[in-house]
Structures are given as structure tokens and as C-alpha cells.
Design a protein around this ligand. Structure first.
Ligand code: NDP
Ligand code: 8X3
Length: 254
């Protein structure tokens, strides 16, 4: 089927790669992000036929009034979203909890939790009414595996995982699907540049010597989940680079 896919955070990283992937396969895409110039650059970089399939909207997912009205204000040819990709999100800082900035914690909670929840609440009723829809949430391996400095970021992604599973419980009896995609280390996006607040040197060192996942790899998992036969629901997709694995518990011996 031809989808109308709304992707939040489509100005960079996974969101942009996901928008491009769906457009290349002939689907319609509504691309959201705050940076208008990036949305314009995405549009002008596309071949003319794909430009017609794309609607760009400068929206901050933390602007709850705008988000709550979004579904009702879409142009008719883009109304009836069939796939909502809740991708906009961020990590800020890697300080231990006792040293972290409350303003960073607030922003992660506002974006990764409240933004995602408001977007979902805005589009879910239409999906249920039309008996067609799929919510794909971007979680993280940080939801399941704690690491030093992950504190609130990991907490927000644990919320995303559990919210996704609970949505499935509520949507039983409808054909609406819910998937949580949980990537591990991924390079080539702005994730670490944002986490380290513009210290690009520190950001690039995170991926030194590792063949990390790419944004296209994650877009592939999203595209796959959305295009399986309609009776199949992928609950969780956890993916990591081969060069990433788990470490042992830390023991502090006094
Ligand atoms: P990027 O920083 O490359 O992209 C984040 C996107 O989110 C940008 O398009 C940004 O656009 C948008 N965004 C951020 N805040 C807002 C907001 N308030 N309103 C609207 N859009 C917003 O990150 P990634 O692509 O790497 O990450 C995407 C998602 O995947 C995030 O949820 C992240 O937590 C998760 N993730 C990332 C991993 C990684 O290693 N990269 C691994 C696992 C999960 P703009 O600034 O224009 O608004
Ligand atoms: C992003 C991956 O390991 O930096 O969610 O938390 S990690």
C-alpha cells in the first residue's frame, strides 16, 4: 500500500534517512523539524516527482498546542497519516546524575517523552477511526542497558519502550500497529554533536575505530517494520553494530 508517513526530526540523522527511504519507494512523506533551512534543503535535494510527495512543516514537538492541532490542519492530500514515526529526540550531557544539569533533564523529558506522547495522542484517533495506522517510536538500547551518564536519557527511552508496549494493549481489536525501534551506536547523525553541545571533536571520538550503524541502517529497520503484511506487528527491534556488546556489572570494592 502507498503510505502517508509523518516523520518527526526529519532534518537530520534517522528521520531524514527515513523520509528519503519512503519517498524513494513512492510513498508520501510529511517531514517535521525545527530548522526551516534544513527542511528546504531536503526538499530541493529531491528529484521533482519526489518533491511533490513531500510536505515539510516547521514544528517543535514540544509546542503542545501546535502538535495537538496538527492532524486537523494538514492539507487534504496529506491528511490520513498511515505511519507516524516518532523520531525527534535527543540526549544532552553525559555527566553523572549528581552533576547533571536539570535544564538538560527537562529538555530530554519534554522532547523524548512529552513531545512523543502529544504527537501520538494527536494522530492515534484518526488511525483508529480509519482502521489503518502504524506508530513507530524511536527508542534506544539505553532503554534496557544502563550506562554511566545515561541517567535521564535512558529513563526517557525506557518510557518510550513501555509506552509502545502499552499502546499495543490499548489498540487490541484495531488494526493499528505499534513498533519500538531501539538502535545502539550509530554514527553519521548529529546525536553526539547535540549530546556534547557542539563539541564536534568529542562527538567524533565516540565512534573512533568502530563500524557503527548508519542512519540508513536504522531507516531500513523502520521501513521493514512498516511494510510487512498487515497481520504482523513487530513489537520491538533492537539493533547494534557487531562491534558493540554488553559489559559486566561494575563492582566497587571498598
Ligand atoms: P539527530 O540529532 O541527528 O537528529 C535529531 C532530529 O530530531 C533532528 O532532525 C532535530 O531537528 C529533531 N528534533 C530535536 N528536537 C526537536 C524538537 N523539539 N522538535 C522537533 N524536532 C526536533 O539524532 P539521530 O538521528 O541520531 O536520533 C534520532 C532519534 O533516535 C532520537 O530519538 C535518538 O534519541 C534516537 N537514537 C539515536 C541513536 C544514535 O546513536 N544516533 C541510537 C538510538 C536512538 P531540528 O533540530 O531541526 O528540530
Ligand atoms: C543512543 C545510543 O548508547 O548513546 O540512544 O545511548 S546510546
Amino acid at each position: 500500500m502507498k503510505h502517508t508517513v509523518l516523520v518527526t526530526g526529519a532534518t537530520a540523522g534517522f528521520g531524514e534517512a527515513t523520509a528519503r527511504r519512503f519517498l524513494a519507494e513512492g510513498h508520501q512523506v510529511i517531514a517535521l523539524g525545527r530548522r526551516v533551512e534544513r527542511l528546504e534543503a531536503l526538499k530541493t535535494s529531491l528529484p521533482p516527482e519526489q518533491q511533490k510527495q513531500l510536505l515539510t512543516l516547521a514544528v517543535d514537538v514540544c509546542d503542545s498546542e501546535k502538535v495537538d492541532d496538527l492532524a486537523a490542519t494538514l492539507p487534504i492530500e496529506f491528511a490520513g497519516v498511515t505511519v507516524l514515526v516518532n523520531n525527534a529526540g535527543l540526549a544532552l550531557g553525559l555527566e553523572p546524575a549528581q552533576k547533571a544539569f536539570l535544564s538538560d533533564w527537562d529538555r530530554m523529558i519534554d522532547t523524548n517523552i512529552k513531545g512523543l506522547v502529544h504527537m501520538t495522542r494527536a494522530f492515534l484517533p484518526g488511525m483508529v477511526e480509519r482502521q489503518c495506522g502504524h506508530v513507530i517510536n524511536l527508542g534506544s538500547v539505553a532503554a534496557s542497558y544502563p550506562y554511566p551518564g545515561g541517567n535521564v536519557y535512558g529513563g526517557t527511552k525506557a518510557f518510550v519502550q513501555q509506552f509502545s508496549l502499552n499502546l499495543r494493549a490499548d489498540l487490541i481489536g484495531t488494526p493499528v500497529r505499534v513498533t519500538c525501534v531501539e538502535p545502539g551506536m550509530c554514527s553519521g547523525t548529529e546525536f553526539s554533536n547535540v549530546r556534547f553541545k557542539g563539541d564536534d571533536d568529542k562527538a567524533s571520538k565516540v565512534y573512533s575505530g568502530v563500524k557503527a550503524l548508519s542512519a540508513d541502517d536504522v531507516a531500513e529497520a523502520i521501513y521493514w517494520s512498516a511494510n510487512l503484511p498487515s497481520h504482523m506487528n513487530i513489537n520491538l527491534v533492537e539493533l547494534m553494530p557487531v562491534q558493540q556488546a554488553f559489559s559486566a556489572f561494575q563492582i566497587h570494592r571498598g
